[in-house]
Design a protein around this ligand. Sequence first.
Ligand code: BEZ
Length: 236
Amino acid sequence: MSIQFFAPRGPGNEMIRLPAALRRTVRWLPQIGDLFPDFRVETTMGDLNFWDWAEGSWIHLFSHPAANTPVCTTEMASIVALSDEWRAADVRHLALSGSPIDEQRAWHGDIAGLFGLEVDFPCAHDPGLHLSRLFGMMHEKSDSARPIRKSFVVDPAMRVAMLFEYPSFLGRNFEEVLRVIRALQLRAETGAATPADWQGGDMVIIPDNRPESEVIRQFGTGSERLLPYLRVAGES
Ligand code: BEZ
């Protein structure tokens, strides 16, 4: 008889039998709204406790497969190239990989030499990939030895605000990371939602029935109801 380590139930409280490969796999499945766990890591800029370091800022915590790999090299340079924008938006980055600190420091030297850009944020070493496994960054079918490219945006109260996953061979677009963090900040500040392809300054969606006076105060214009369920404000 096989024993399931955890026993999910269906709508009629019947036990759902898991495929054998999924049995005994109890893991945190990170979700939007979860409190991100605190942890301590060694980084290229010294040891840090995540909450002490992060609390009060918007955090982009991301995994990448390893130092001295081509796509990762371009990702690091691309983040640093946007340093002024991250600072203006109060965003801090923390990279995580299984590469030892001295290897990462030497690699940052290559990046500085090639791009003329100094990696100016902490890059952590995850020995044994325990944190990577806990945070769902190990996708064994893709690569059993190295993390995929997973990004968490964590809000100033340490809640997961957004998460996304890219395969190892596909570099992320950090203009997009900046765009979504700006949208999350707008949501936190005003309660507005953002339409598809929104960029800073574009019109926003008012997802509730707040008074028109409040819309004018927040966005400088009145709102328009384009459909009974679609109310917009701001530049169009
Ligand atoms: C890269 O960064 O280029 C890479 C790393 C691991 C697997 C595939 C690509």
